[in-house]
Ligand binder design. Structure first.
Ligand SMILES: N[C@@H](Cc1c[nH]c[nH+]1)C(=O)O
Length: 375
């Protein structure tokens, strides 16, 4: 079977100028902002053994993985769909001896098996931070603060944080609002669909107020507080209130206590990030558990930002000062200009045209002179 020349597989794309430049500029800015908060950069590989990628985080599942059989090791390798598990592996192995909390940062491409309607791309650039050794409220506040700061550095405004409590339903079902395993699964499905009618039919009326509470955080908390006497819920709401207080005026916050889509390994707290004028989620994070080889479980909290929606919205583009360097110019003069931040375009022949090369300046002697726009 032949492939149409230039055709890329579904969900994969080229970045062209000026977006390719903007993408690397934004990734750099975000990583620098994360690093300034004490997060040290790690650079895990693009592919690794599937079991490592899947088994390192508690509750993670082996889906959305593009796999290959490695002819060298004869084992299944997977392309990483997410860098968090890799940061967890590094923290649990090569950096296991480092004191906690351990702060790690990363940035690079990830590859998903499937596209979704909301996210038609399979390759995405993730940049993130993982705070390993704690899943406390203080850790959540630090991590969310770093995420917001990094997004602001990238030029994102009007940030919205959607908070969720990924393991709340399981926790309630195992304690104060009991459900058998089979019923829990059905209730979960109906909660995902926000199908209030079916929940009543499943004799899970107790769970209805959780669906009704979703929305802006203050009324959501008030509605949930009305579910009196459930200690675990009160605890979670106290934590949410502390988080909200920490970001008052800096971000709009909503709460959906039953949302779990995309939060398969996050534990008591999860969040999605959105920005004004940007399509879809621009980041996600929360608390989770790293599994060590000796069976030990280690708490952690982190976030990943997605650079692509920022690039698609035109962020990170900067006008360049382009100067045309005619044949015979002094190469040292052009080099000096590059040192000052100019972009130089060298003529290769007498017929090269500065306007075609998109230059507004021409090197004359050692100085750039503005070019007259042609009439
Ligand atoms: N890597 C997760 C977000 C996350 C980072 N740390 C904890 N959670 C994601 O992209 O969905």
């Amino acid at each position: 079977m032949t492939t149409t020349p230039g055709l890329l597989p579904v969900g994969l794309r080229d970045r062209l100028p000026p977006q390719a430049e903007a993408a690397s500029r934004l990734l750099h800015r975000v990583i620098v902002a994360i690093g300034r908060n004490g997060y040290e950069r790690v650079a895990p590989p693009l592919a690794e053994f599937e079991d490592e990628l899947v088994g390192r985080l508690k509750s993670a599942r082996a889906h959305d993985l593009l796999r290959v059989v490695d002819p060298i090791s004869q084992k299944t390798l997977a392309l990483r769909p997410d860098i968090t598990a890799q940061a967890g592996r590094i923290a649990a192995t090569r950096m296991a001896h480092r004191p906690r909390p351990l702060r790690l940062a990363y940035g690079g491409p990830v590859l998903k098996l499937k596209t979704t309607q909301l996210r038609p791309e399979r390759e995405l650039t993730q940049a993130g931070a993982e705070l390993i050794g704690s899943d406390s409220v203080a850790a959540a506040i630090e991590v969310l603060g770093v995420a917001i700061e990094a997004l602001e550095t990238a030029g994102v405004t009007g940030i919205t944080v959607d908070l969720t409590l990924p393991d709340l339903i399981e926790t309630l079902a195992a304690g104060p609002m009991p459900l058998t395993a089979a019923r829990l699964e059905r209730v979960r499905e109906r909660l995902d669909a926000k199908d209030v009618g079916a929940l009543a039919g499943l004799e899970a009326q107790a769970y209805l107020p959780l669906v009704a509470a979703a929305g802006p955080v203050a009324p959501a908390i008030a509605k949930l507080r009305a579910l009196d006497g459930i200690a675990v819920l009160c605890q979670r709401l106290d934590a949410v209130e502390q988080i909200v207080a920490a970001f008052a005026g800096r971000a709009t916050i909503t709460l959906d206590p039953t949302e779990r889509q995309g939060f398969e390994y996050q534990s008591w707290i999860g969040f999605s990030l959105f920005g004004e004028g940007l399509s879809g989620e621009i980041g996600r994070g929360g608390s989770y558990t790293i599994l060590h080889a000796d069976g030990r479980e280690e708490p952690a909290t982190g976030f990943s930002l997605y650079i692509d929606p920022l690039v698609d919205a035109g962020l990170g583009q900067e006008p360049s000062r382009r100067v045309f360097v005619p044949l015979g110019s002094d190469p040292a003069a052009a080099a000096a200009l590059r040192g000052e931040g100019w972009t130089t375009i060298a003529a290769l022949s007498e017929t090269d045209d500065p306007a075609q090369a998109n230059c507004a300046y021409i090197l004359t002697g050692t100085t750039p002179e503005p070019l007259q726009p042609s009439p």
